[in-house]
Structures are given as structure tokens and as C-alpha cells.
Design a protein around this ligand. Structure first.
Ligand code: HEM
Ligand code: CU
Length: 494
């Protein structure tokens, strides 16, 4: 097709958008693979089979956590931008700029941990970043790296919000209120992925704001401008940023489920009242559960603890039901084309439910008093991250590279899909069982009684490795074609 596409982008600009988003996904995937190797190293250490020493364990843990979060988020941002770009005019230049800023930020984080020795964990809870035995330059590098990543994410959010407001006209229409309140409108109504992207953009801007409030006093302290600040307030801002950021990644991934599943079932995900209601509720609800990270801070005013508990319960409900019932509805009775993306999505729905329930348990104050900082916590977030946020995103990536008729439906790709599901399942189950055994999280040394479950986990992680390497080999061959002639956006538009 020559000339202009629906969003006013020229065909050339649209191609550049699709190339940029492909790069987001591929780089995100590469980061995911490398960070997975670091995860394997940590589990080998827990098994007692290698000895990294505490210094390297915590560097690796810090890089693995921040790198995984950044890598998967990058890929999801790219995927969603690709899905929504045909109708929401996204500037290719802005997407490429955000990518470069993101890349520089991630590079600083890698240098700060691997070379500088920064090891305060991905959350960098104050005062750890300024009290470690690594040089101050490492802390600077790490925190500036985070700042750049946050700036790039902010650019993406602003681009999506401005583009959506222009396409749909006004906040009400952009948030699908005509659907919500049964009003008629002349303007187009957002699809599920478009609405999800807008909601992420709004909350993303709030989260980045909180991140700035957290970082500025630390920078000021490092510059000698202030000697201290309210640590409890800082921790609130830290988790308003960190918790919200990782949660938003899940909603981006949900948008990718909508876009992918339709292509393999021959049905479209309908934008109706439940979807509109769910995502409008999420705008507020996603900001409440972060208080569950502060249950052990007894000086926190107790009503906030309660908000944390009930916010944790509430946030799951809307997106859960809409996505799970919606996806199963698409699958039920359809002639689904079995393929790696569909298997990833099915496994992802399973992991999402399991991880979600485990999170709700841990979000309950009485249970948190027991489970806090055990491996139960990594167990639940790895479930919905590895299966959900990452798995859904890779489903869309493979779909982008494979198309409905392509390599993704081959027997090899389907086998690798199941291998992934088994590997990821065994790996997170070993985490859960370790949590039940009260094995602490973030311990470099595990006593003999804890090592068994670490040893159980390792073969499953290796299965994961085989699955992803296989899919990488199959998928890489499709990259040149996807780069030259990007496929039209799937799902809602075809
Ligand atoms: C690919 C397979 C993966 C393996 C083998 C793995 C392994 C691990 C291990 C062993 C830990 C340390 C647990 C502890 O002792 O506290 C950990 C922590 C963590 N992982 Fe993973 N992981 C994997 C995937 C992921 C994914 C997909 C994400 C997110 C997108 C992720 C994010 C994190 C985070 C945020 C931490 C916490 C770091 C910290 O405490 O500062 N991991 N992982
Ligand atoms: Cu949280």
C-alpha cells in the first residue's frame, strides 16, 4: 500500500514504526535470554553446585532483577506500539529516540553492576544505594541508568497519550466512556489494546513521577546538598514507582494477548462494556496495592496497610476476569490453530492465575507476617512475570515473526512451546515449595536443607533454556523478512 495510512503517517513512516517496534522486541528478547542465564547461575548457587561468593551473587541478583524488568518492559512497549500504531499516529522518530535513551540507561545499569560492583537489589531501597562498599560512581551509574530508562518510558507514555487523544478526541472518548455509559458517538471507539495502552500511559506518567520524587533526594544527598530525608516517605514513593511499573507491564502484555489470540482463532476480541469497565477501574486500582510492600514498616499509618490489603484484592478482579474469560471465550469452540503463540498464551493464563492467587495470599497482612521475604515472593512474581508479562509478549513476538501460517505452527515450534510451559512451571513450583519451607529470599548462601529444591529447579531452568534457544533458531530466520516488509497489524484489524 502506498501513500498514507489511517493515522496520517506516510507508508514510509509506518514502516519505520514497525521496524523500531521490531527492534524493541528483539532487543528485549535478547536481554531476557541473557538475564535468564544469570537466573540460572543464582539457582545453581542455591543448589550448592557453584560458588559465586556473596559479592557476585548480589551483583548478579541486582542486574538480573533490573535487567529482566527493563528487558521485558521494552519488548512489551514495542509490541503494543506496533499493535496500536495503525490507528494511533506514533512518531517513528520519537520511538527511535526513546529506544536510544532506554539503551543508554540499560548500558549504565550493566556497567554499574558488573564493573562498578553495585549490588543493592533491583529495588535499591534507601539507604542501601549510598551505604554499600562499592564506589559512589557505581551508585551514580545505576541511578542515572534508571533515570534514563524512566525518561524513555515517559516518552512512550506521552506519545501514546497524545496520539490517542488526537485519534479519539478528548479523555472520555479515549477511555471508551461512550461504551461504558451507553452513549452514541461519531468518533471511533478504542479497541481493547488501544484502551489498555492509554491506561498504561496514564498510570505510567504517575509512576515515573513517583520515581523522580524517590531519586531526587538521593541525588541531593550524594551531592552533599542534604544530609537526610523522610525515609518512610521515600519508601512509599519507591514502591509506588516500582510496584506500579511492573504491574503496568502485565496490562501491556494483556493487550498483546488480545492482538494475538484473535489471529489464531479467527475471532476478534470485542470492545464491550466489561472491557471498558475493567480498564477504567484499573486506572485507579493499580495505584493502591503498592502499600503491601510496607506491611512490615510498623511506623506506616495503619489505614494505609488496609488500603494495601484491599487494593491488592481488588486490582486482580477486573483485568483477571476480562482477560481470562475473554481469552477462553475466544478459544471455546473455535477452530484454533495450535501454534507456539497459542501455547504460550494458554500457559501464560495458567501462570497468571497461579501467580495472582499467590500474590493475593501474600498481600494479606496476617499471611505476609509469615511469608514476607521468603522465596514465596519471587515465586509469585516469577509466575505472572515469566508466564504472563514475558510469555504473552513472546507470544506476540513469535506471531509477528511467524504469521498465522508460518513456522510457529510447525510441530517443532509447538513442542518447544510445551517444553517452555513445563520448564517454567517446574521452575516456579520449586520457588513456591521453597517459600513454603520458609527459605529466605535474597540469600547468597543456602543451608543444606534448602538446597534440594534449588537442585530440583535447575533441570527445569535448563528445559526453559532449550525451549527458548530452539524458538530463537526457528524465529531468527524470519527476522529479515519481517524487517523488510513488516506484516500488517494482526488481531483487531484483520
Ligand atoms: C528465565 C528464568 C528465570 C530464572 C532462572 C530466575 C531466577 C531468579 C532467582 C534465582 C532469583 C533470586 C531469588 C532470591 O534468592 O531472592 C531471581 C530474582 C528476581 N528475578 Fe528472576 N528468574 C527468571 C526470570 C525472571 C523474569 C522473567 C523476571 C521479570 C521479568 C525476573 C525478575 C526477577 C526479579 C525482579 C528478582 C528480584 C531481584 C532482587 O531481589 O533484587 N526473573 N530470579
Ligand atoms: Cu507489589
Amino acid at each position: 500500500m502506498a501513500g498514507r495510512v489511517g493515522n496520517g503517517n506516510s507508508a514510509r513512516a509506518q514502516q519505520s514504526v514497525e521496524q523500531a517496534t521490531l527492534v524493541y522486541m528483539l532487543v528485549g528478547f535478547a536481554v531476557f535470554l541473557l538475564m535468564g542465564v544469570l537466573g540460572l547461575l543464582m539457582r545453581l548457587q542455591h543448589a550448592g553446585w557453584i560458588d559465586l561468593g556473596p559479592r557476585w551473587f548480589y551483583r548478579i541478583m541486582t542486574l538480573h532483577g533490573s535487567g529482566m524488568v527493563a528487558g521485558v518492559l521494552l519488548a512489551s512497549l514495542g509490541g503494543v506500539a506496533r499493535v496500536i500504531a495503525p490507528r494511533i499516529g506514533l512518531s517513528p522518530r520519537l520511538l527511535w529516540t526513546a529506544f536510544v535513551v532506554y539503551f543508554l540507561g540499560s548500558g549504565l545499569v550493566i556497567l554499574a553492576t558488573l564493573v562498578g560492583g553495585f549490588a543493592a537489589g533491583w529495588t535499591t531501597t534507601y539507604p542501601l544505594p549510598v551505604r554499600g562498599d562499592w564506589p559512589m560512581s557505581a551508585t551514580w551509574g545505576f541511578l542515572l541508568g534508571y533515570t534514563l530508562v524512566a525518561v524513555a518510558f515517559l516518552l512512550w507514555c506521552l506519545a501514546v497519550l497524545v496520539g490517542a487523544l488526537r485519534t479519539f478526541g478528548g479523555f472520555g472518548n479515549t477511555l471508551a466512556w461512550p461504551v461504558l455509559f451507553g452513549r452514541k458517538t461519531e468518533r471511533p471507539v478504542p479497541t481493547g489494546p488501544e484502551l489498555a495502552a492509554t491506561v498504561v500511559a496514564i498510570d505510567g506518567i504517575i509512576a515515573v513521577g513517583a520515581g523522580v520524587v524517590y531519586l531526587v533526594p538521593i541525588f541531593a544527598e550524594m551531592l552533599g546538598l542534604v544530609s537526610g530525608f523522610d525515609v518512610l516517605f521515600a519508601k512509599n514513593m519507591l514502591f509506588l514507582f516500582g510496584h506500579t511499573l511492573v504491574n503496568l507491564n502485565i496490562y501491556l502484555a494483556v493487550a498483546l494477548v488480545y492482538a494475538t489470540l484473535g489471529a489464531y482463532t479467527g475471532r476478534t476480541f470485542k470492545m464491550g462494556f466489561p472491557v471498558a469497565l475493567a480498564f477504567n477501574l484499573v486506572i485507579i486500582l493499580v495505584l493502591l496495592p503498592y502499600f503491601h510492600h510496607l506491611y512490615q514498616d510498623f511506623v506506616q499509618p495503619w489505614p494505609l496497610h488496609l488500603i494495601g490489603q484491599f487494593g491488592s484484592y481488588a486490582v486482580g478482579v477486573p483485568a483477571f476476569f476480562v482477560t481470562i474469560i475473554g481469552s477462553l471465550g475466544l478459544l471455546y469452540g473455535s477452530r484454533v490453530r495450535w501454534s507456539a503463540p497459542v501455547i504460550f498464551i494458554l500457559a501464560g493464563l495458567w501462570g497468571w492465575v497461579v501467580g495472582g492467587f499467590a500474590a493475593i495470599l501474600d498481600g494479606t497482612i496476617a499471611i505476609n507476617n509469615v511469608m514476607h521475604n521468603t522465596l514465596w515472593v519471587p515465586a509469585h512474581f516469577h509466575s505472572y512475570y515469566l508466564f504472563g508479562a514475558a510469555g504473552f509478549t513472546w507470544a506476540y513476538l513469535f506471531h509477528t515473526l511467524g504469521g498465522v501460517e508460518g513456522w510457529v505452527t510447525s510441530p517443532a515450534a509447538r513442542w518447544l512451546g510445551w517444553l517452555y510451559a513445563i520448564g517454567a512451571g517446574g521452575f516456579v513450583l520449586a520457588f513456591f515449595l521453597s517459600g513454603l519451607q520458609s527459605v529466605p529470599r535474597r540469600y547468597a548462601e543456602h543451608i543444606a536443607a534448602w538446597q534440594v529444591l534449588g537442585q530440583v529447579a535447575v533441570p527445569f531452568v535448563l528445559l526453559l533454556g532449550i525451549a527458548f534457544l530452539g524458538l530463537l533458531i526457528l524465529g531468527l530466520r524470519a527476522v529479515p523478512a519481517a524487517w523488510r516488509a513488516p506484516a500488517p497489524a494482526p488481531g483487531s484489524n484483520d
